[in-house]
Design a protein. Structure first.
Length: 434
């Protein structure tokens, strides 16, 4: 379905917006204005101009321009498709600190999207007859912290058109906006991200940006901490646990974040703030009250797209970490290529989705001691097994093998909890939308 812009009858509706074929061809190479509207913004009137039923205004309409939708829109445009992106607040500045595994970063993404790289350490604790031992493991894979403003500008490269609007309903080839107008496309992709809801499992965290020299005692020898499960944060051993996440943001600053991996409900942010302060005090980190803060709260389960989805709406959020940005970046180009060739994009195999849903139920079911044991067992598995489990294109065999590996290393009591969770009811994550 990759068509020459000059020949494609599918481009014809673009004339509704007054764009010339010549400018369509140029838009991939330039980030400057195209046609009568700014490259970053097609007037909403133009995008939703009256047209007869069946007219398509674009090859692809991407609903939701978070990291996932923006990456997909960019890659679809790079493959020669005409793309309309729809978002209720496309000008919202992205502020989260995004961490991804280096190997998930695609070739097409410019290298300066990465702010820092590290080989993080995981710290777990294990109960032994004489008490509890602490185990430090340096992961042998590179972790990248993205430069969020740079990422946003790279994914808003002017190669696709943006409509500001609230999608009221997202169909296979039609999006109805809240004001009653319609945007039609050959393929509509739902990339609306996680949906907040009182009953949804959430990840929460509270972080402080601390000068690197002052943060040093929190990290010890490590250049970053992916998960530090040590109990020096003042919380009772029987309380829902949280861990320390620590990553360099640049040469001079480190983000220190107390994180509740997942909970229904998750730990409240004030509690995480108290724990972070207690932990940093216990490690001798001096704070002066001027530190920038980061607050994290997002749903780790979400309704899945009814038709074509991408990002969290396509099950790309990994329940073991709450990460989805790396997977979306890794999968944007293969998805776009499939759309450009008229193929249905391949989503995560259903058995992998089911196994991941079971993984999420397990994390929600484990008691505090079992959760620490679970992560100790996970990070004790060979690196290749962990990598298979965390991969954006995880295979059923790799996912099942990793889960089996972890299960085999658990105590009988924890195995019983896991079995109860795995055979229990399904999560909301499997429900459709709209
Ligand atoms: C502080 C913080 C730190 C984080 N750190 C990490 C990290 O290190 N690594 C990681 O992978 N993830 C991290 N996350 C989670 C990450 O932000 C999300 O998983 C990710 O943004 C999901 O991407 P998405 O594009 O699928 O959805 P979203 O980013 O949620 O984007 C969805 C978009 O759709 C739009 N939208 C939704 N509904 C509609 C509608 N009806 N009509 C029109 N537009 C709509 C929204 O405006 C939004 O722009 C973090 C989150 C926070 C808050």
């Amino acid at each position: 379905m990759v068509r020459d812009a000059l020949e494609s009858p599918w481009r014809t509706p673009l004339h509704l917006f007054g764009i010339s074929m010549c400018s369509v061809r140029h838009r991939q190479a330039q980030t400057v204005s195209i046609g009568p509207w700014d490259a970053h913004r097609m007037t909403d009137d133009a995008a939703t101009a009256p047209h007869s039923p069946g007219d398509r205004i674009a090859d692809v309409a991407v609903v939701g321009l978070g990291p996932a939708g923006s990456a997909l829109a960019t890659r679809c445009a790079a493959h020669g498709l005409s793309v309309v992106g729809i978002d209720r607040g496309p000008d919202r500045r992205w502020s989260p600190t995004y961490g991804v595994w280096q190997r998930d970063l695609p070739e097409w993404l410019q290298r300066d999207a990465v702010a820092t790289r590290a080989h993080p350490t995981v710290v777990t604790t294990r109960r032994v007859t004489t008490g509890r031992v602490t185990i430090h493991r340096r992961l042998d894979r590179t972790y990248a912290v993205l430069d969020t403003p740079r990422l946003q500008s790279l994914l808003r490269d002017g190669s696709y058109h943006i409509v500001t609007g609230e999608a009221a309903s997202v169909g296979r080839d039609d999006v109805e906006l809240a004001d009653g107008t319609h945007v039609r496309a050959t393929t509509v992709v739902d990339a609306r991200g996680p949906e907040a809801g009182r009953r949804r499992a959430m990840q929460t965290a509270f972080g402080l940006v601390v000068p690197a020299a002052r943060a040093r005692p929190a990290l010890g020898e490590a250049d970053a901490l992916f998960m530090d499960w040590r109990g020096d944060n003042g919380a009772a051993a029987s309380a829902p646990p949280s861990f320390l996440y620590a990553v360099p943001l640049d040469a001079e600053h480190v983000l220190l974040e107390e994180t509740c991996l997942v909970g229904r409900p998750a730990l409240p942010i004030p509690e995480l703030r108290t724990r972070l302060h207690a932990r940093l005090a216990a490690r001798g980190v001096r704070l002066d009250g001027t530190e920038r803060t980061e607050r994290v709260a997002f749903a780790v389960e979400s309704p899945r797209a009814r038709h074509t989805g991408f990002g969290v709406r396509a099950g790309m959020m990994h329940p073991g970490s709450g990460y989805s940005v790396g997977a979306a970046l890794a999968l944007a180009d293969p998805y776009a290529r499939a759309l450009a060739h008229g193929r249905r994009p391949r989503s995560l195999p259903r058995p992998v989705q089911s196994l991941r849903d079971a993984g999420l139920r397990t994390l929600l079911e484990l008691d505090p001691g079992e959760l620490r044991e679970f992560f100790d067992a996970f990070f004790a598995t060979p690196h290749a097994v962990q990598a298979d489990y965390l991969a954006p294109k995880a295979s059923t065999a790799g996912t099942a093998a990793a889960m089996g590996h972890v299960f085999a290393h658990l105590t009988p009591a924890t195995r019983r909890t896991v079995l109860r969770a795995v055979t229990g009811r399904t999560t909301d994550a499997q429900a459709g939308t709209d």
